[in-house]
Design a protein around this ligand. Structure first.
Ligand code: NDP
Length: 246
């Protein structure tokens, strides 16, 4: 188990799916946690209440990852409310699965703005406040390295950008003991990628384990990377994909 007591974490897109599991796991490991969300205040509030019910501390902040001022404001609010920032998890993301030639420019912009530009803005703002020895953990995707399933061309490109951003930034902030890593999930059962959906069959078949992953299986890796035992891991792309990219 990681020991995150006295640590403060910010998880973007923490109201549902993988982000909610990460927020709950970091809180269970002792961190105070701020989550952001775009639309669903009820879901965000439920995550906060679940953490508080387990004796943890959490706040929720509405901030669309595609809105520069909202993102900057969310980081400032988290630091003001919780006192500092030790761990940033850039999880907010979306996919609009369809063939590339049928993807509109607006849909491409949406994926770029949330999945990649949002990470740039959040991370640059967070670095102004981040403690030495801090952790930046990006949630990329196994498709950022290898694309086996159709309909994800633009999405995969945004995740490839997250991969290279991770590697490059690790070299700029290493002098402060800050690590930057890219956790790359494979198919994980969430609202975004339901294990029972139309897109699920080829994704499940592409795994070595012949199953979708659970959000807690991603959260466990994030908790390790956020914790003290991972201090020598940086600039790494850590895949949790059931063997999809094997
Ligand atoms: P979900 O759609 O299930 O949950 C997304 C979360 O992000 C929600 O809390 C949502 O809040 C929030 N969110 C969505 N859009 C925005 C936005 N514009 N600004 C801020 N918050 C936002 O997604 P997953 O949990 O499946 O995915 C989480 C991350 O994991 C994404 O980066 C995704 O690309 C990545 N990933 C997922 C995989 C999977 O198979 N599920 C595989 C590989 C990577 P709200 O409801 O308020 O909009």
């Amino acid at each position: 188990m990681s020991n995150l007591s006295e640590k403060v974490a910010l998880v973007t897109g923490g109201s549902r799916g993988i982000g909610a599991a990460i927020a709950k796991r970091l809180a269970a490991d002792g961190a105070s946690v701020a989550i952001t969300y775009a639309k669903d205040a009820t879901a965000a509030s439920a995550v906060v209440k679940a953490i508080e019910a387990d004796g943890g501390k959490a706040i929720a902040i509405q901030a669309d990852a595609a809105d520069t001022e909202a993102v900057k404001g969310a980081v400032e609010k988290a630091v003001a409310a919780l006192g500092k920032l030790d761990v940033l998890v850039n999880n907010a993301g979306t996919a609009i699965p369809k063939p590339f030639e049928e993807t509109s420019f607006e849909e491409m912009d949406r994926m770029i703005d949330i999945n990649f530009r949002g990470i740039l803005v959040t991370t640059q703002t967070a670095l102004k406040h981040m403690s030495d020895g801090g952790r930046i953990i990006n949630i990329g995707s196994c498709v950022g390295e290898r694309l086996l399933t159709p309909g994800l061309v633009a999405y995969a490109a945004t995740k490839g950008a997250v991969k290279m951003f991770t590697q490059g930034l690790s070299r700029e902030v290493g002098g402060r003991g800050i690590t930057v890593n890219n956790v790359q999930p494979g198919p994980i059962d969430t609202d975004l990628n339901p294990a029972a959906g139309d897109w699920a069959t080829p994704q499940k078949a592409a795994t070595a384990l012949n199953r979708y992953g659970h959000v807690d299986e991603v959260a466990a890796l994030v908790a390790f990377v956020a914790g003290p035992e991972s201090a020598y891991i940086t600039g790494a792309n850590l895949t949790v994909d059931g063997g999809t990219n094997a």
